[in-house]
Design a protein around this ligand. Structure first.
Ligand SMILES: NC(=O)c1ccc[n+]([C@@H]2O[C@H](COP(=O)([O-])OP(=O)(O)OC[C@H]3O[C@@H](n4cnc5c(N)ncnc54)[C@H](OP(=O)(O)O)[C@@H]3O)[C@@H](O)[C@H]2O)c1
Length: 272
């Protein structure tokens, strides 16, 4: 495993995403991921699986200190008292005293001014309910506003070979933020890329493995693929016995084509 050191905190560069995993399947998938060596788990209030993630964590023998658990406050919960109340419920469901990272899932100033929500998250941090706070799906301008207001640890955004995040990466690097790549496999679309297939053949790896290696080989970046299949979970963590050359890294960067897969109606104007 490669660890990122961000603001003196160590974070496994490869995590396990849990969007769309529900019920027993979620509990079993997270338990299996922990057995395979994943130590960074990503959930959210909106995924409605915090209780199942918590059940898997509670029955695992992995020490709490070895885990990095992220959850996210949903867009309708950003008013300060609501953020506090729902985070308390998240911790109860996760059966944890604290999470490692608490994120604003999407910006939504109809619920509260950004600074007020950040203050609420900071208060939870001061009380030990989260070790770090961060944001997700912010534009460069919004991210700068948040950075100017408080200490952020992470920005979680869609990032894969078909979508460049150069501007946000530069911001993450200059402020020592973790940039967590969500939808890192472009929901499976990386499998069809001839270039990723060719690079994979050279290393005896699949296009999914090449993509994840490309992400974790970048400074400040972590990736959180989701896999409901046991075979995919195993494959995705088997990326630490090879590395990509500078030329291969560059060749994958040139695949970027502005292809954004997660763009709900309430998303911000990405160009701002
Ligand atoms: N902050 C946000 O707004 C946000 C938004 C979206 C996602 N996320 C986070 O990011 C995580 C990952 O994103 P995602 O679930 O959207 O997409 P993803 O990880 O890019 O893709 C998941 C899809 O890829 C398949 N897959 C996984 N490993 C594979 C492999 N080795 N070979 C072939 N196919 C493979 C999975 O299949 P199987 O399931 O069949 O194994 C699933 O269909 C989420 O679970 C969530 O934690 C955050």
């Amino acid at each position: 495993m490669i660890d990122r050191t961000i603001q003196q905190t160590s974070v496994p560069a490869l995590g396990f995403g849990t969007y769309q995993l529900r019920g027993t399947a979620c509990r079993e998938a997270v338990a299996d991921a922990l057995t395979l060596g994943y130590r960074h788990i990503d959930t959210a209030q909106a995924y409605r699986n915090e209780a199942e993630v918590g059940a898997a964590l509670a029955t695992s023998d992995v020490p709490r200190d070895d885990l990095f658990v992220t959850t996210k406050v949903w867009v309708d919960h950003l008013e300060p008292d609501t953020a506090r109340r729902t985070t308390t419920q998240s911790l109860r469901d996760l059966q944890l005293d604290y999470v490692d990272l608490l994120l604003i899932h999407w910006p939504n100033e109809d619920a509260a001014p950004l600074e007020a929500t950040l203050d609420a998250l900071d208060a939870l941090k001061d009380e030990g309910k989260t070790r770090h706070i961060g944001v997700s799906n912010f534009t460069p301008t919004l991210l700068q506003r948040a950075i100017d207001h408080t200490t952020l640890f992470c920005h979680q955004v869609e990032y894969h070979p078909f979508l460049s995040q150069d501007a946000l990466l530069a911001q993450a690097r200059s402020h020592d933020l973790l940039l967590t790549a969500y939808t890192p496999l472009a929901r499976g679309e990386v499998l069809a890329s001839g270039r990723l297939q060719a690079i994979g053949e050279r290393h005896g790896k699949t296009p999914a493995q090449v993509t994840l290696r490309w992400l974790v080989q970048q400074e400040q970046v972590a990736a959180i693929p989701k896999a409901s299949s046991a075979q995919h979970r195993k494959e995705n963590i088997d990326i630490f016995d090879f590395s990509l050359s500078d030329e291969e890294m560059r060749a994958i960067h040139t695949l970027a084509a502005g292809q954004r897969l997660v763009d709900p109606a309430f998303a911000p104007n990405w160009e701002r």
